[in-house]
Write a protein that binds this ligand. Sequence first.
Ligand code: FAD
Length: 389
Amino acid sequence: TDGIVVAGGGLAAQRACETLRRAGHDGPIRVVCGEQHAPYDRPPLSKEFLAGELGPDELRYRPDDWYREQEVDLLLGERAARLDAHARRLALDGGAVLRYDRLLIATGSEPRRLPGVAGRDNVHELRTLADAQGLREAIAAGRRLAVVGAGFIGQEVAAGATRAGARVTIVEAAAAPLAAILGEELGGWFARLHREEGVEVLLSARIARLHGGRGVEAIELEDGRRIDCDAVVVGIGTQPATGWLAGSGLDPAGVLVDGAGRTVAPGVFAAGDASRPFDARLGVHLRTEHWEAAARQGAAAARAMLGLPVAASPAPSFWSDQHGVRIQYVGHAHGADGIEIDGDPGARDFTATFTASGRPVAALLVGRPHALPALRRRLEAHHDERTAA
Ligand code: FAD
């Protein structure tokens, strides 16, 4: 047999390998890792690593010995370039062709690019350890950092860089951070949090032009405001890293899979940020881009590869840490028509529950790290009641 090949060496890949071995699979496993590193944990890149509290080795999921003992073959610095699903061959960009019996697509996400910044020296994005190392050097004490985009990554970078002594300005096009997900009122809470911690937050801020030569020296907004900066971080969202699937018959805009990671191509599975699994609760395919989902989907796809049963997925959730405050989110707020606040937003301790026709569908938790499991059960109970009705 040609064994199992995993394209991508991140969280979903790691969980798939562990699940395969634990379930007793003893055939060959090869992992095509686009980076020069064995699989490592990304969330700390914008948190503890950026703040200088963790080193690169502490991010690794497993030491080298583990891969040796488990006979998991890591192909570091190799990239999947083309898939022939019919012939079950995966071509790498170095020219090698891997034949597989089963393939897991787990190439994750890549940052969306801001137009006009290609080739500029001091513009950073944050997806990989190499990105984070470059950014860490750029945010030394006192330097002026402009953060474009107040999504979770942008806000975490703003918080981490402030802690590291940088002077940070957030430039956000919407009227509030995260307004598209949380609405303007709750999004406004995030703007206040950053301002209280010394971050300048510019909202409804549209970029007109970038000043400078090889490096960006200032960002000029459409309303004439000018942000002088030593470095820029762009955090304007991600897209699935699946462009290499063009021509394979699978969707390069995120691979459609069922609840167990199966694609329409025989023997091909997908998991994590690169995939769009079918969400049985909402009845649509949804890409999640969160740690918990990638971990669970990687394990689920591994079980499906071996023909083992796969449990239904729980309501999705993620977390973020900003200025020492734990923020969590669970469920889907789409279609919500009300918000109930419990607690004290001013004291950074509250739960905002999104409701649809009076039933909870999603919740934002601030400063309540232990409340998530109970909330998740509450959302799921209401959902089951609704689908049974
Ligand atoms: P990834 O972890 O992205 O792994 C994919 C791997 O495949 C990468 O190593 C990539 O280089 C490689 N690759 C790409 N293309 C190819 C190719 N063609 N061939 C071979 N290899 C390739 N989630 C949360 O829930 N909470 C958080 O607080 C949080 N913080 C985050 C902070 C940062 C800075 C980042 C970047 C992400 C954060 N996330 C967070 C998201 C979470 O890390 C991702 O959802 C998770 O890593 C997805 O796992 P994955 O295996 O699908 O993809």
